[in-house]
Design a protein around this ligand. Structure first.
Ligand code: NDP
Length: 296
């Protein structure tokens, strides 16, 4: 029987643990605050921001939101960032990507106070992660680690193939999984669009993480018997549904499930974990800034 790793259930447990940490902060007179910054009116980004605000309310994190006109000069966004850096009620914030084309996202990230960078994208935080001294683990890779832990998958000595080398998923995940740590110690292969013979690299892996943004790229023929499959991908493909589309992962679920010992579904796998880990980083940030020991 293939185990279906339930991201909603694991995320719910993490939110419960956060409630205790938030209580500890409250006893010390502090309430964690997370802000979202949205430049422009991209509907998908708006939906993500709304979800993040709702998540905050559910666990008792104060949520704030800043809208910046999509046509505004980058300086307007930089000013908003400077205000958030100075605001003691904001312990963490995220600038929702993508930003409009006339704004340099890297420059945006460089302006975020690393202590409030709950996405974990600031160069200082990336460096700390690579050095094995992470302040904030980026939400999606951290969520993948928590899912593996929840399914009792010991990474030590395992061969992991990650499909995708983005700065937000593939690269940080690879760095985390090779760390000398209980949730690391794996041997990692990172694949991308120039990789030759992807199928051999996935088939030889004990654990396959698909994060390519390519619908159903990885099928059962690319999975070794008994491997663990983590599907990060979220892709809209046109379908005969009310909305005219459906969401599929980067893994062809049924054929991969037939080979795997455990697999995450889409939706209901990595997605809820990414959201939960943003809350986790916010509570961690609040603990660090308020000098309150929170048990995370
Ligand atoms: P990016 O587009 O930034 O990166 C995709 C990576 O996959 C690139 O390294 C690219 O290679 C590689 N790639 C693309 N096509 C192929 C292919 N056919 N064969 C091998 N490698 C390929 O995507 P993200 O990392 O931002 O996101 C990946 C997916 O995960 C998306 O579907 C996204 O929606 C989803 N996602 C889901 C999250 C969640 O919470 N569930 C959170 C974040 C992302 P190259 O570098 O050569 O271009």
């Amino acid at each position: 029987m293939t185990e279906i790793i339930d991201g909603n259930a694991v995320a719910s447990e993490i939110r419960d643990d956060l409630t205790d940490a938030i209580e500890t902060l409250a006893e010390a007179g502090s309430r964690p605050g997370l802000a979202t910054v949205l430049m422009g009116d991209d509907p998908a980004s708006q939906t993500y921001v709304n979800m993040k605000q709702r998540d905050c309310e559910e666990v008792g994190i104060e949520s704030h939101h800043v809208d910046v006109d999509g046509d505004a000069d980058p300086e307007v966004l930089y000013d908003a960032i400077a205000d958030l850096n100075d605001d003691p009620e904001i312990h963490g914030y995220i600038v929702q990507a993508p930003v409009p084309d006339h704004v340099d996202y890297r420059e945006v990230i460089r302006r975020v106070d690393p202590a409030k960078d709950v996405d974990g994208f600031h160069p200082e935080n990336v460096g700390r992660l690579v050095a094995g001294d992470a302040r904030f683990r980026p939400c999606t890779p951290h969520g993948v680690q928590k899912l593996l832990e929840s399914a009792d998958i010991d990474l030590e000595g395992k061969d992991v193939t990650i499909v995708g080398r983005s700065d937000i998923v593939g690269k940080p995940l690879a760095n985390l999984l090779i760390q000398k740590a209980d949730d690391g110690n794996a041997t990692v292969t990172v694949c991308h669009s120039r990789t030759e013979d992807l199928a051999t690299k996935t088939r030889n892996a004990d654990i396959v993480v698909a994060a390519a943004g390519a619908p159903e790229l990885v099928d059962g023929s690319m999975i070794g018997d008994g491997a663990v499959v983590i599907d990060v991908g979220v892709n809209r493909v046109s379908a005969d549904t009310e909305k005219g589309y459906e969401l599929v992962g980067d893994v062809e679920f049924e054929s991969a499930k037939a080979k795997a010992s455990a697999i995450t579904p889409v939706p209901g796998g990595v997605g809820p974990m990414t959201r939960a880990m943003l809350l986790y980083n916010t509570v961690k940030a609040a603990g660090l800034q308020e000098d309150v020991a929170v048990d995370l």
